[in-house]
Ligand binder design. Structure first.
Ligand code: HEM
Length: 511
């Protein structure tokens, strides 16, 4: 009898070992040949190196200790593995995230097909499981019919009429920034600030007040909790599977945060539902759209809450990074700072805060923001995964193949942008971004394009205009140029700039 059990156990062990050999060794070998036949070379798959995961982690870690000269040649630091492998193997290559193949290509036809695809064979993917956990069932992590249902309810919240109403809330947050800086300027002629830190507070306020901000006290508390939860999710991320389970205290705190966030939001949403009247923020618009969609299956309270969390996650650091890189570029290129300020004075004068129609007149500021999004796109790549065998362009993808659309490398491609691709030249957007649209998509494109694009540009234009109206600035000598990627492309050591108030003691309170 005992021998029979030993036999069963040995059989089970053989099956397991066979399965491991197949999935960790034979399949990657077969797929390497399969993709090589389609023109994809790449770094060798390493069983103990988690595919190329360990090497990617090493390159990313090493790049963090590098400081670059103050130009825009940022690829070696921002995406070191892409920089290295595209030089060795060309702009289409194969690498491995664990035992899963990942293809990279900047071929515009393939990229377009990947992003425009809506037949469900390609799905979005989030690499960080802690972020997935924090976002619950928000639109960013969903696929298929659930994603369609969410998107139908989320999209109207970002419509033009709602955006127009958000201008006054954004102006309030922007005034707080200017007011606080003006206070600093009272005691000294010039002062130094890390604007990335400042912009993170500004964008958190904007997303809080435009998403669920009719009750400022409640919004502030929720912002604090969400901020802490996302910081924890980021700290918990590692290429090592199971790493996030090692820190019991962090997990404990995370669970507490989740409970508290849910409680605050549930009170907020249920309170709104009882009030019956529509509040003029994203939550209010979603609740309204949800009522209309009820017959087609609307969203539950839990799902609405997850959408609010998603807006915060997707729209907070991305927009702060856009503002920070823009200030850096204007701090270096004084001639563009002067010409943008001249435009702001022409449209707003020296005192007025922007209205919706003013924002549309700020063409130079718009061009500068586009060029900043090109050189320093907060989202450096878009990932997709094939959930069935399929064909994209001329490439056959077996199920489970991942694809990276390299936004940052494409933004630096000389084939697309010409020999001055690395130069800051906002003139290239003088006819809008549509002309370059085929290959310029900092907000993604196709069915999964960013829902918050217009909000991000609106808040950025308003704050940049108000800063230019009140201050001149240049880079501090303490600035270290080290743009690195962790979820977004951000300045690792902040963006210290020296600010000088244009009209000291501006009585902003009088406005
Ligand atoms: C400069 C600021 C921003 C940048 C560069 C940016 C970039 C992007 C990109 C590239 C995508 C597409 C991802 C993909 O195709 O898989 C995306 C999606 C998304 N963004 Fe943004 N974003 C920004 C601001 C915002 C803001 C302010 C919000 C919300 C308030 C927001 C909410 C979202 C959501 C919900 C999605 C997912 C859409 C879907 O999957 O259907 N983003 N964003």
């Amino acid at each position: 009898m005992e021998w029979a059990w030993v036999g069963v156990f040995a059989g089970f062990l053989c099956i397991m070992v066979g399965h491991l050999i197949k999935s960790l060794w034979l399949e990657p070998k077969r797929k390497t040949e399969y993709f090589r036949a389609q023109g994809f070379e790449g770094p060798p798959y390493k069983i103990l190196g988690m595919g190329n995961g360990v090497e990617i982690a090493r390159l990313m870690t090493e790049s963090r200790s590098m400081a670059l000269p103050l130009d825009n040649n940022i690829m070696p630091v921002a995406l070191p593995f892409y920089h290295l492998w595209s030089k060795l193997y060309g702009s289409r290559f194969l690498c491995w995230f664990g035992s899963k193949p990942a293809l990279c290509t900047d071929d515009p036809i393939v990229v377009k097909e990947l992003l425009m695809n809506n037949n469900g064979v390609l799905q979005t993917m989030i690499f960080n499981p802690s972020i997935k956990e924090a976002l619950g069932r928000g639109i960013l992590v969903l696929n298929g019919s659930d994603w369609e249902r969410h998107r139908r309810i989320v999209i109207p919240a970002f419509g033009i009429d709602n955006l127009k109403e958000m201008v006054s809330r954004i102006n309030e947050s922007a005034k707080n920034v200017i007011q606080c800086w003006t206070q600093k300027a009272r005691s000294c002629d010039e002062f130094e600030l890390d604007v990335f830190k400042e912009f993170k507070i500004f964008t958190a306020n904007v997303i809080g007040t435009t998403s669920f901000g009719s009750e400022p006290g409640q919004a502030k508390r929720i912002i604090e909790l969400l901020d802490e939860q996302i910081a924890l999710a980021i700290a918990n991320y590692s290429f090592v599977p199971g790493y996030r389970y090692l820190f019991v205290k962090r997990r404990w705190r995370n669970m507490k945060l989740r409970r508290e966030i849910r409680k605050c939001f549930t009170e907020l949403v249920e309170g709104r539902k009882k009030m019956g009247k529509r509040d003029r923020d994203l939550l209010g618009s979603m609740l309204e759209a949800n009522q209309k969609e009820a017959v087609n299956g609307g969203l539950s309270t839990e799902e609405i809450i997850d959408e609010c969390k998603t807006f915060f996650f997707a729209g907070h650091e991305t927009s702060a990074a856009l503002l920070a890189w823009t200030c850096m570029l204007l701090g270096i290129h004084q001639e563009w700072q002067d010409s943008a300020r001249a435009e702001v004075f022409e449209v707003l004068g020296t005192e007025r805060v922007p209205t919706w129609s003013d924002v549309n007149k700020l063409k130079t500021v718009g061009m500068i923001l586009n060029e900043s999004l090109r050189l320093y796109p907060p989202g450096v790549a878009i990932a997709r995964k094939a959930v069935k065998d399929c064909k994209i362009g001329s490439i056959c993808l077996p199920k489970d193949t991942q694809f990276l659309v390299p936004i940052l490398p494409m933004n630096y491609s000389e084939t697309i942008w010409g020999d001055d691709a690395e130069k800051f030249n906002p003139y290239r957007f003088s006819e809008g971004s549509e002309k370059a649209m085929g290959s310029f998509f900092p907000f993604g494109k196709g069915p999964r394009a960013c829902v918050g694009q217009k909000l991000a540009l609106l808040e950025s234009k308003i704050l940049v205009a108000m800063i230019l109206q009140n201050f001149s600035f240049h880079m501090s000598k303490n600035y270290i140029h080290s743009p690195v990627v962790f979820v977004t492309l951000y300045p690792q050591h902040g963006i210290p700039i020296i600010l000088h108030a244009l009209k000291r003691l501006v009585a902003i309170n009088r406005r």
